[in-house]
Ligand binder design. Structure first.
Ligand code: ATP
Length: 215
């Protein structure tokens, strides 16, 4: 049995916003995680190229996490070439933290794509999956995901401590209907994204102009 349980939160974070941060905070507390590690991805395998550059996204996550206890920035996905596959990230974290159980944190929208993820069966050997409820998404009961959930779903967070990997836990988080896409669209159309993301991130965006430029 692992000594501690760590949250692993990957994303494009283009930009990071309060939907990400509040979710991580609520899971940190509810699951008594030792920490939540934020891993901005380099090249996301399942979606379009991010708008802001990798160093810009890393810097935005950095300022958002500054002084926040229990939140850790991890740049390992940006150090690797090629697409950022979660399975490679988890293998690498497992090597660094062999005595820690890993909980891969995903929103429900991301979880619905799990059967298409690169080597997803290996992912559930390396980590638990913690699914955060997002507005407008429902827990699947049918298809391959319904089956995975029937086999692996834990109803109590304590069950994530008994084994090191392989459980799926769905946790409702405060529904903040914020997305990076919405923030980028607001900025591109000349509106202020104030109160949707940390002030320091907003300031960085207005200094760098990373979402105002036409791409
Ligand atoms: P985009 O609008 O560009 O698709 P996003 O806002 O969904 O971006 P990502 O960086 O792609 O942000 O998301 C990283 C992870 O955070 C994903 O697992 C996603 O489901 C989750 N997430 C994003 N926004 C929220 C939110 N408002 N509440 C809960 N989880 C969220």
């Amino acid at each position: 049995m692992a000594d501690s349980v760590m949250g692993v939160f990957g994303g494009t974070f283009d930009p990071i916003h309060f939907g990400h941060l509040r979710t991580a905070h609520e899971l940190l507390k509810a699951l008594s995680l030792s920490e939540v590690r934020f891993l901005p991805c380099g090249l996301p395998p399942h979606r379009a190229r991010p708008v802001a550059s990798a160093p810009e996204r890393l810097a935005m996550v950095g300022v958002a996490l500054e002084g926040q206890q229990g939140f850790v920035l991890d740049d390992r996905e940006l150090e690797r070439d090629g697409p950022s596959y979660s399975v490679d990230t988890l293998e690498s974290l497992k090597q660094d933290f062999p005595d820690t159980a890993l909980c891969l944190i995903v929103g429900m929208d991301a979880f619905l794509g799990l059967p298409r993820w690169h080597r997803w069966q290996r992912i559930v050997e390396l980590a638990h999956i913690v699914v955060a409820h997002r507005p407008g998404w429902r827990v699947p009961y049918r298809g391959p995901l319904g089956e995975i959930l029937r086999e692996r779903r834990s109803r109590q967070p304590q069950e994530l401590r008994g084994v090191d990997a392989g459980r799926i836990y769905v946790h409702p988080v405060t529904q903040l209907e914020i997305s990076s896409t919405e923030i980028r669209d607001l900025i591109r159309s000349g509106n202020d994204p104030r109160f949707l993301l940390p002030e320091k991130v907003r300031e960085r965006i207005s200094q760098s102009g990373c979402y105002s430029r036409s791409h």
